[in-house]
Ligand binder design. Structure first.
Ligand SMILES: *[C@@H]1O[C@H](CO)[C@@H](O)[C@H](O)[C@H]1NC(C)=O
Ligand SMILES: *[C@@H]1O[C@H](CO)[C@@H](O)[C@H](O)[C@H]1NC(C)=O
Ligand SMILES: *[C@@H]1O[C@H](CO)[C@@H](O)[C@H](O)[C@H]1NC(C)=O
Length: 580
């Protein structure tokens, strides 16, 4: 056993979340936003694929857990070249997921439970199957100008057209695709089946507003804006500079070999979102109802990310997703987790709402990247932070990456043959509801993606019944998040040692909460008196990781001035309160 000396000084950073009056328009500020990757959540019609009705049948799962809002990945009509991120009709439900009646019923049932629903807005590009694109190819007005068309730079000696410039698509290869019909190239920042919209065209902007209005009227409470940093490109179509000069001579470029100054993060992105925001705010004024939110998927540098918060006079989104914690890998240290938390909080404009993501449909599961123990205590810490917690389906039971054989792969990252082995299917394996066939996900013999073999013991039903399961810990944490202290309280973090980390949340007149975590592989002992920030004679266990040995509602007496030794087992965490 190692005694961590109480001489190690903790780093103390103060952060104030402003206490605001209880306003229903603030519903999103301390919400848990739960991502449902629809295909993998719950199949209602036995075809092996998750659907909208499946979600409706499972809404009480969220009520039981204390989750107040859900975000749905795309369910619009699509040929599914990029799992629905290639839309061929924005106001139609793809038959794979159901129909419009199913969607309306889902919204209705969500509202009945006092929950909120956020949907995806994929407007950087659509599918090449969209009517608008087909009309554009045939130069039918006004669709001829809906996409970004460019003449060939010239023709090589075999008569092949040469792309207008060196831009590379995110999924690999030139961002330009030749259309033999129109005899021009069109731009696609993602797959070649995903032509980019010309978002400088007022007609296109108006189409996007119509889409917003359509779903607004259907009753959704928010929009997640997909890939906004790719919305605009340089008007002069200049070549992008190489980052990898060695390759300059040899060719074989990938997306990361270039500095994307002409195809990402153009200022017009923020102006366009601002325009959409003002449009939506206006709808809200005329139609009433609670505040609809905009959330941006922002994989970009800190300054460009923070710009999505906008300002009082230039509203952009309510918040951009914070992906800082997604990259956590072993070994996780107190310093590393603290610097990732503080990086967001110190860069965020004053008075805005932070948010925390650990997993999503584009990243490997935390459980598999670190360990089951780590994923538990990392989530425990995140749940006690101020702001929005974003949760990926299955995270509430600690799901692992699925096992997917080569011949079972569904996601080929935009259909690029060469990249067949790069897939996001591991983190998309079907939800594990119970220990029946296919984990209760589908009644079909075969699910569209294989069920992870751990399902016989790692499933919702089983964990619901256990006092110290991941699920039960998570449920207890959602209850703590609903307290005024967690909603409005001050955050203070202390790095006790390389592995020991303490978060406290305080609000005058309310109980204080402490999250004490040992990220390390050995027993650690601290003197609690050195780290508690208020005068209290008792600390009560509110929840704990199963391996901590600390029992729910166990009380510790704090005896001033004697040392109050507190032992933390390896990779364990506990939440204490000052409730007597
Ligand atoms: C999309 O689908 C709806 C409903 O089927 C239809 O009315 C509309 O014309 C379609 N839009 C386009 C652009 O094809
Ligand atoms: C971010 O913005 C700050 C303040 O405007 C500036 O000092 C800094 O250089 C910027 N960083 C980058 C990477 O652009
Ligand atoms: C969660 O709270 C329940 C009481 O609601 C308790 O029985 C259970 O032991 C707690 N479990 C954990 C892991 O906190």
């Amino acid at each position: 056993m190692k005694l961590t000396s109480n001489l190690i000084s903790g780093i103390v950073i103060l952060f104030f979340v402003f206490v605001s009056a209880d306003d229903s328009n603030d519903w999103w500020k301390s919400s848990i936003l739960y991502e449902i990757f629809i295909r993998s959540f719950k199949d209602s019609d036995g075809d092996g694929t998750g659907d909208l009705n499946g979600i409706t049948t499972k809404l009480d799962h969220f009520v039981h857990l204390g989750i107040d809002s859900i975000y749905l990945t795309p369910f619009y009509k699509s040929p599914m070249d990029d799992m629905g991120y290639d839309v061929s009709n924005y106001t139609e439900v793809d038959p794979m997921f159901g129909n419009m009646n199913d969607f309306e019923r889902l919204v209705h049932e969500v509202e009945n439970r006092g929950m909120k629903i956020v949907i995806d807005l994929v407007i950087n590009h659509c599918s090449d199957n969209h009517e608008w694109f087909k009309k554009s190819v045939n130069k039918i007005k006004p669709y001829d100008e809906y996409f970004i068309w460019k003449d060939a730079k010239g023709f090589d000696k075999n008569g092949e057209p040469i792309p207008p410039n060196n831009w590379i698509s995110v999924f690999g290869g030139s961002a330009w695709e030749w259309n033999a019909n129109r005899k021009q190239f069109y731009l696609h920042q993602f797959g070649r089946q995903q032509p980019d919209f010309k978002l400088r065209n007022t007609n296109v902007k108006n189409e996007m507003k119509k889409i917003l209005e359509f779903w607004f009227v259907k009753g959704v409470h928010g929009f997640r804006i997909d890939a906004p940093k790719h919305f605009y490109e340089d008007e002069h179509f200049r070549d992008e500079p190489f980052l990898n000069t060695k390759k300059h001579k040899t060719g074989g470029f990938t997306y990361n070999d270039f500095n994307h100054i002409y195809t990402t993060d153009l200022w017009e992105t923020y102006e366009f979102i601002n325009e959409l925001r003002l449009f939506t705010d206006q709808l809200q004024k005329t139609r009433g109802g609670i505040e609809r939110i905009f959330v941006a998927e922002a994989y970009t540098d800190m300054n460009n990310t923070m710009a999505y918060y906008g300002t009082k006079h230039f509203k952009v989104t309510h918040y951009p997703f914070n992906f800082g914690l997604v990259s956590l890998e072993n070994p996780v240290t107190a310093n590393e987790i603290d610097s990732k938390i503080m990086k967001w909080i110190t860069n965020m404009p004053k008075g805005e709402t932070p948010n925390w993501n650990l997993e999503n449909h584009d990243h490997r599961r935390m459980n598999s990247k670190t360990s089951k123990e780590h994923a538990t205590i990392i989530l425990m810490n995140v749940m006690m932070l101020p702001g929005v917690v974003y949760l990926y389906y299955g995270q509430e039971i600690g799901m692992m990456n699925g096992l997917v054989r080569f011949d079972q792969i569904q996601d080929h990252l935009g259909g690029s043959e060469k990249k067949k082995f790069i897939t996001r299917d591991y983190e998309r394996s079907p939800m594990q509801w119970d220990d029946t066939m296919n984990a209760g996900f589908t009644s079909n013999l075969e699910a569209y993606l294989p069920i992870d073999p751990t399902y016989w013991k790692l499933n919702v039903e089983r964990q619901k019944a256990e006092h110290n399961s991941f699920y039960t810990m998570f449920k207890n944490l959602t209850r703590l998040r609903q307290t005024n202290t967690c909603k409005y309280g001050e955050l203070k973090t202390q790095i006790v040692s390389k592995w020991m980390y303490i978060i406290s949340r305080t609000l005058p007149g309310y109980p204080t909460y402490y999250v004490i975590t040992n990220f390390g592989p050995e027993y650690e002992t601290i003197d609690l008196l050195d780290y508690i920030v208020d005068d209290t004679s008792v600390l009560t266990v509110e929840t704990s990781s199963a391996n901590s040995g600390y029992i729910y509602k166990h009380k510790f007496k704090i005896d001033n001035p004697f040392p109050n030794l507190f032992v933390m087992k390896p990779f364990s965490g506990v939440v204490l309160s000052t409730i007597k």
